[in-house]
Structure formats: C-alpha cells, structure tokens
Design a protein around this ligand. Structure first.
Ligand code: PLP
Length: 248
C-alpha cells in the first residue's frame, strides 16, 4: 500500500473505532478529506485510493481543482466538493457554481447572494450554519456562546433559520463548529456536546426544521472526540495528507 492509502485507512479505522465506542454506526459519518494547499495531483491520488469527499477552504482553489478533476475524470466521478471555509461576498459565485456542500455559512448576506446565484444555476446547495460556542474572537459563525440561557441568541438564531429555510436554492443541512485552539480535551468535548444539544433543541423548537440536522465538527486533532459527541461529518486534512504544503 502507498503512504496515502495507509494514512487514509488508518483514519477510517479511527473513525470506525470512535463510532463503535459511542455506540454509533460508522456509516453515519462522512469523512471530508481536506486537500487545501495541495496540488490537484493529490486529489487524483486520493481518488485512486477511494476518497470521494474533498474539502477546500478557498473558493478559487475549490473551483480550480473541481475544473481540473472534472477534465481528467469526467462529470460522473462521484466526487462531492465541500466548501469548508467562510465565504467572502465576492466569492459566492464560485461557491454557487462549484461547491456541492457549504460548511461555513456565517452571515445572512452570504445566504442571500448564494440564493440568487443558485437560482440561476437551478441548483440546491446544502448548507451548514457555522456556530460559535466557544466565544473565541478568532472564530466566525453565529453567536451561540450562551444559547442555553440567552433568549436574545435564541431569538436571533430562530430568525436566521427562518430566513434561510425560506430562501430558494439553499437547504439547511446542519451545524458546523470549530473547537477552541490549545485547550484541554474536556473543553473541546463540551463544545462539541453543546453543539449537538443545540441542533437537537433547534429541531424541537423551530417547526421550519423538518429534517434532522447534521453536525460538521472535528479535524485532525479532535475528530474522535467530535464523533463521540455526535459528529456526522469530520473535516480531516493533515492526518491523511501530512503537514500542509504552503509553497503552492
Ligand atoms: C484546514 C481545515 C480543516 C482540516 O484541518 P486539519 O487539522 O488539517 O485536519 C478542517 N476544517 C476547516 C474549516 C479547515 O480550514
């Protein structure tokens, strides 16, 4: 087996074991392989070992790779492109055209622009709302730092959800969160568990939500903790591809 296949298999095994520990079905967890900064040859090598879900941070990079991969493998490759980073206004068109899933919807302005552009493409884009539970200023997302007791945060979230579920072209697919950096495991675990409880509360409280919400949480350093807390999508880069190549 080559190095990439070995690392990929190791990550799949870790996902499997974490799911089993939590009494969950490993098939309910999607591994999004994060290829940001790597050249498109890495995506093709990953495809060859069976990877179909790719995550990118920057819409230009996603668009460039999606074009290149489609040229090489055709339109029926089965690849799903995940835009995992926050999107700036002037980049929404690329997301509307090339992304299959958006993990980091953090502002209504972006939702509105995407909705108009998706309508032109006759496409439905599943979106995760990014939620900030840790309160770290470096984290984007809707403020849910005290959602359990803060009626204002709850009311704001309700407005966001109602707005998005009414927009053509977008379908509310789940919540995405990032754990705080450099903190002990117990704090990370709490952020992930509170995010799952938030999703459950939203499903119970907002009638416009008709499908169970998915949970995008967990990266190389914390994906097993996230799975134990209920993640359905983990976004893993370094554990599969090694330390990132920033010289591109
Ligand atoms: C880079 C990135 C990841 C993957 O990080 P690793 O530590 O390489 O697993 C996941 N999610 C987002 C939003 C990212 O930007």
């Amino acid at each position: 087996m080559n190095k990439l296949a070995e690392r990929y298999t190791a990550v799949l095994n870790r996902i499997h074991n974490a799911a089993r520990r939590a009494g969950r079905n490993p098939d309910d967890i999607t591994l999004v392989a994060v290829t940001k900064t790597w050249p498109v040859e890495v995506n093709l090598a990953a495809y060859a070992v069976g990877i179909r879900n790719f995550g990118e941070n920057h819409p230009e990079e996603l668009a460039r790779k999606a074009e290149a991969v489609a040229t090489k493998l055709g339109a029926d490759s089965g690849i799903v492109w995940h835009q995992i980073g926050v999107v700036q206004s002037r980049k929404t068109k690329l997301v509307a055209q090339y992304a299959d899933v958006l993990h980091a919807l953090d502002r209504l302005k972006i939702a509105n622009r995407l909705s108009r552009q998706l309508a032109d493409n006759d496409k439905i884009l599943p979106v995760f709302l990014e939620v900030n539970l840790s309160g770290e200023a470096s984290k984007s997302g809707f403020q849910c730092t005290r959602w359990e007791e803060d009626a204002t945060q709850q009311a704001d979230l309700r407005k966001v959800v109602e707005h998005i579920t009414n927009l053509p072209g977008l379908s509310l697919y789940g919540l995405m969160t990032m754990a705080p950096w450099h903190v002990e495991e117990a704090i990370i675990r709490t952020v992930f568990r509170r995010t799952r409880l938030l999703a459950e509360w939203m499903q119970d409280t907002f009638p416009v939500i008709q499908e169970p919400l998915h949970l995008s949480m967990g990266m190389t350093d914390d994906f097993e903790i996230a799975i134990e807390a209920g993640a359905t999508h983990v976004r893993v880069g370094r554990a599969i591809f090694g330390e990132r190549n920033y010289s591109y």
